[in-house]
Design a protein around this ligand. Sequence first.
Ligand code: HEC
Length: 150
Amino acid sequence: MAASCFYLWASPPGVISYPSQFRSWTHVKTQLIGAQSPFFAGSGGIHHVYANDKALEGLKTGHYSDGSILVFDLVEGREQAGVTVEGARIRVDVMLKNASQFPGSGGWGFERFMGSDLTKGTLDENGRQGCAGCHRNRSDRGFVFSELRP
Ligand code: HEC
């Protein structure tokens, strides 16, 4: 009995489900990555960053408790008569804090959902390590790049 309860509550390592409610969380920031940027090929478009309540606390203090979730929501940026508007969703990148589940990457699990199929994550172990490798540059801020502004 105890074992099956544990199984129900603990997701296997690396498995993060799509946070379908994130559009009602706190919007942290938005950036437009245009064609002149070296990041255009990989992340061109308009991205919005969202934080759930625990992650919001982390953004304020630099310390993220288990259950903190941050989302990087990337959509196309389309030019319309001098105005850049949102197009189709490209992908959703997710960071979920669980110190005991993800001890090798600052306590964060990483996942990527493609706009064409948000139901399942697409990263393998190599991919996750790629995410963590870059986010580790921000270990002084809990692995998180974005900062809150007033
Ligand atoms: C080469 C560096 C690099 C890699 C690799 C990278 N990221 Fe990031 N990530 C960033 C930067 C820089 C930002 C901040 C973007 C901004 O300022 O709007 C960011 C932002 C994020 C955010 C929002 C929280 C934050 O830290 O600001 C999430 C969630 C995220 N990335 C997930 C991922 C996932 C998942 C992967 C792997 C598939 C990944 N990242 C790979 C550099 C990277």
